[in-house]
Design a protein. Structure first.
Length: 336
């Protein structure tokens, strides 16, 4: 949902429009623009994923200041895991100062005072989670927030959020959006507990979020032909037997689920502008299939046509993507 595009707002009204859009998506705070009012620019969107939401901002320089007075104003208890997608952010909360470069994650606890800013043009993708849905004590959240980089889950969660933020309109409209939101919350929960280093709680959360983490890991490594059960299990410090058990408990076959994910990725890639121009075999390899004949056979079994027939069906159209079906949700359930 588009909250604001200052390109459609008169220059003299942009500051107040920015304020109104931000109030709609986040919690009370003071907003200070670092450019003259007539040069303020911004695009903001809010996408819902069940109880959680993704708030995206691309804007000229500004500073947010949430004071103790703002905290006393009744507002939802929320935490936000943000991916800096442009510019360099500066963040201060609970006595910690941090520089947030492009591509970095930042966790802000919106139940407490904080300051955040960037100079010049910048961008942020903030996944906002109600505290009650996160299900973690405040001390664990605040202990883990400044130590996200110390967790081995950091890159996995960052890449998942990046994939989510790349297609928010499509994914938030999908019937599985709430499930995808729950999976993302579980990943954030696991990241915070891991970063905080709470032993007993970490073990519990690791077990509760195992399947979600396994799915996200596979999504990151789909293109690798060497993605074997042994590799997946080792990356999560579990036995191969426990790996198979985790998928079986969800009514899934590990091998068939991975193949289904690869087929869906290939089906989307084949009818992309780049995929239309390159050999089918190259697309198969890029999606983790080592044998072109095996790929063609599995594709026909899944979709009732060969990869080339799928391309011919879409040739002459927009070439922007598949007309039928859709690529898998990152971290969400797969079809095979």
């Amino acid at each position: 949902m588009l909250l604001l595009d200052t390109a459609t707002v008169a220059p003299e009204d942009r500051v107040s429009a920015f304020r109104a859009a931000f109030d709609q998506a986040s919690v009370p705070c003071r907003i200070e623009h670092l450019d003259p009012a007539d040069r303020v620019r911004s695009r903001m969107h809010l996408w819902h994923f069940g109880a959680a939401s993704l708030f995206t901002t691309d804007a000229s320089g500004f500073r947010l200041v949430r004071t103790a007075r703002h905290v006393r104003v009744e507002s939802p208890a929320v935490v936000a895991l943000a991916l800096q997608t442009g510019g360099v952010g500066r963040f201060r909360q609970f006595g910690t100062d941090a520089v947030v470069p492009t591509g970095a994650l930042m966790l802000s606890d919106l139940t407490g005072p904080y300051e955040f800013s960037w100079l010049g043009s910048g961008g942020s993708r903030a996944f906002q989670i109600p505290y009650e849905r996160l299900g973690l004590p405040v001390d664990v959240v605040r202990a883990g927030a400044p130590r996200l980089r110390a967790s081995p889950l950091h890159d996995l969660v960052r890449d998942h959020l990046e994939r989510l933020a790349a297609r928010p309109e499509e994914l938030s409209a999908d019937p599985g959006a709430a499930v995808l939101g729950s999976a993302t919350v579980d990943l954030v929960r696991a990241l915070l507990v891991s970063a905080a280093g709470h032993g007993d709680l970490a073990r519990t959360v690791r077990e509760e979020t195992l399947l979600t983490r396994l799915r996200a890991y596979v999504g990151r490594h789909l293109a690798e032909p060497g993605l074997t059960p042994e590799v997946i299990a080792s990356a999560h410090n579990v036995s191969v037997r426990r790996l198979y058990q985790a998928f079986a408990e969800a009514g899934l076959s590990l091998e068939q689920w991975v193949i289904g994910q690869r087929l869906e990725a290939a089906r989307s890639a084949l009818v992309s502008p780049a995929g239309m121009r390159r050999p089918v075999e190259a697309t198969a390899r890029s999606c983790g299939f080592g044998s072109p004949s095996h790929f063609t056979r599995r594709f026909r079994e899944a979709y009732g046509m060969t990869p080339r027939e799928w391309q011919r069906q879409h040739r002459g159209g927009s070439g922007a993507g598949p007309v039928q079906g859709r690529p898998p949700l990152p971290g969400g359930p797969a079809g095979s």
